[in-house]
Unconditional design. Structure first.
Length: 116
C-alpha cells in the first residue's frame, strides 16, 4: 500500500514539476479541450504536447476520452487528493482549499501566458 502511494505521489509531483504541464492544467481548468486545442498556444509540435498530456494522464491529473474521432482532455478533480492527504500528514497543511489552488493555477496562467 505505501509503495503504491509513493509511486502515485512520485508521478503526481513529477508531472507538476514541469511549467508547460502546469500551464496545460490551467488551460483545462477553464473547459474540456480537444488535444489540438490544447496544443495551439504552445510553440511546440503536437507530438510534444501529446507527450505532456500522456504524463499528466499517467499521473491521473487529466482524463483523456475519445468523442467520435477527437480526443478530449479534462482535469481530474480528485487527482490531488493523495498529495493533499500526504501533506496533511506533516501537520503544516490543516485544510487544502482546492478552490484556492484553482485560483492559484489560473493566476499563474494569466501572469505567465504560453509563448506564441
Amino acid at each position: 500500500m505505501m509503495t503504491r502511494m509513493c509511486s502515485r505521489l512520485d508521478k503526481l509531483f513529477a508531472a507538476l514539476a514541469d511549467p508547460t504541464r502546469r500551464e496545460i492544467l490551467a488551460l483545462l481548468l477553464e473547459a474540456d479541450q480537444a488535444v489540438t486545442e490544447v496544443a495551439k498556444p504552445f510553440e511546440m509540435s503536437l507530438a510534444a504536447v501529446s507527450k505532456h498530456l500522456s504524463i499528466l494522464s499517467r499521473a491521473d491529473l487529466i482524463i483523456q476520452e475519445k468523442r467520435g474521432r477527437i480526443k478530449y482532455c479534462k482535469v481530474n478533480p480528485d487527482a490531488l487528493r493523495p498529495a493533499i492527504i500526504w501533506m496533511q500528514g506533516f501537520g503544516q497543511f490543516d485544510e487544502f482549499d482546492l478552490d484556492s489552488f484553482e485560483e492559484f493555477l489560473e493566476s499563474k496562467a494569466l501572469h505567465h501566458p504560453p509563448a506564441h
